[in-house]
Design a protein around this ligand. Structure first.
Ligand code: PSV
Ligand code: MN
Length: 392
């Protein structure tokens, strides 16, 4: 059993100040191409999504920001939406563009061979920057579905050149303090080639753009067996890790709860973060969730995910760095590995319960939320209207 006394004052500060950003789309219905099961009480508007996200923050105390997805979260008055968020104790986080659901984008968006489609996609990003200006958001998150299904379908090289040019035009419209965070994904929906398939390609484009372009690492966007913590270490090393999209995958882009499939991998990632000081709130790394809750209730699903990251972080903060460095320098492979495994195998749940109580929160957020009756309340209150869902 651990207590907060097992942590150094610095490690305790980092735990106290850790934040995780929630995705608005996690609160809507989602599913697979086979079926979307609806859930009672699911939000019908962006305002209701913020209400639910605020619940996660109320019980975990570490999720003060919510990412929006445009057009899914389009409203008439974004300043009003931002004020509503503030009233509920949260702020607007990254603005996600969406250039993958319009018929015009069938063959691509920022990489399309048709200049008019590229212009349309660039203008959509300008709209997103405008929303950032109205909401105070600092991150424009770009994930593209661009790619091809068949060899020869389009020129791989020409698409890269178009992409660079499109990104340049969007980047030029950023104001001071705003960033582009560029996500990569190795496959899907395109299957032969993806235009930003990997961290190297994302990095090349970010470096060409300038210092306000950073890479987003979505944990689900790698081939099975990829050493993700290596990528984390490398992007941190070159100062270009802008954000995480945390989730779990068993097979593909499963978007399951982070820490569910491979808690050890999550620990290894957090260890790379902690060991170079990137957990600090001023490190420039935005820790976000990108998940869908197809079967489970959405709000507890988010609470559980946040707790999983918190646990992996609390374990990583227990790594004895001087013992690790000594073992590494003396070539003691087993001792070095044991230092990491000792931290990973420590049960940190009591220390985190203590941390929450020190902030005036319930020790067990899952139980406290369940007891609150909030799900019953929204099931009754949100009758009528159309539930939000992926793609709506
Ligand atoms: C699609 O793969 C995706 O999950 C990307 O990871 C984006 O971050 C997310 O959708 C929202 O557009
Ligand atoms: Mn993502």
């Amino acid at each position: 059993m651990t207590t907060l006394n097992d942590y150094t004052p610095e490690a305790r500060r980092l735990l106290e100040e850790q934040t995780i950003e929630l995705p608005s789309w996690a609160f809507g219905n989602s599913g697979t191409r086979f079926k979307v099961f609806t859930t009672g009480g699911v939000p019908r508007t962006p305002y209701e999504k913020l209400e639910d996200a605020a619940q996660v923050n109320a019980y975990t105390g570490i999720t003060p920001r919510v990412s929006l997805h445009i057009p899914w979260d389009r409203v008439d008055d974004f300043a009003d939406l931002a004020a509503y968020a503030t009233d509920h104790g949260v702020t607007i986080g990254a603005i996600n563009s969406n250039v993958f659901q319009d018929d015009d984008y069938k063959l691509g968006s920022l990489c399309h061979s048709d200049q008019s489609i590229r212009t349309k996609a660039i203008n959509h990003h300008r709209e997103c920057i405008d929303i950032m200006n109205q909401t105070g958001s600092t991150d424009l998150k770009i994930w593209l579905a661009d790619g091809t299904n068949y060899p020869g379908q389009d020129s791989i090289r020409a698409r890269q050149d178009r992409l660079a040019d499109s990104l340049q035009q969007i980047y030029a419209d950023l104001s001071e303090g705003q960033r582009i965070i560029l996500e990569y994904k190795f496959f899907e929906p395109a299957f032969y080639h993806t235009d930003i398939p990997d961290w190297g390609t994302a990095l090349v484009h970010c470096q060409a753009l300038g210092s306000n372009a950073m890479v987003v690492l979505d944990t689900g966007h790698h081939a099975p067996g990829t050493n993700i913590e290596f990528i984390v270490a490398q992007l941190l090393r070159v100062g270009r890790l802008g954000a995480f999209d945390f989730n779990s995958r068993f097979y593909a882009d499963d978007d399951l709860m982070v820490g569910a499939a491979d808690p050890f991998q999550l620990f290894r990632i957090m260890h790379e973060i902690v060991s170079v000081g990137a957990l600090d709130k001023n490190s420039g790394v935005n820790f976000m969730l990108d998940q869908c809750h197809n079967l489970e209730e959405k709000i507890p699903g988010q609470i559980r995910s946040v707790m999983n990251i918190q646990e992996a972080t609390a374990k990583a903060l227990l790594v004895d760095h001087s013992a690790l460095t000594d073992a590494q320098h003396s070539g003691d492979v087993l001792a070095a590995n044991a230092v990491l495994m000792d931290a990973y195998n420590t049960d940190v749940r009591d220390a985190l319960a203590e941390l929450r109580e020190s902030k005036g929160l319930a020790a067990n957020p899952m139980a406290a939320f369940a007891e609150s009756g909030y799900l019953d309340t929204i099931r009754a209150a949100r009758a009528g209207g159309e539930q939000a869902g992926w793609g709506a």
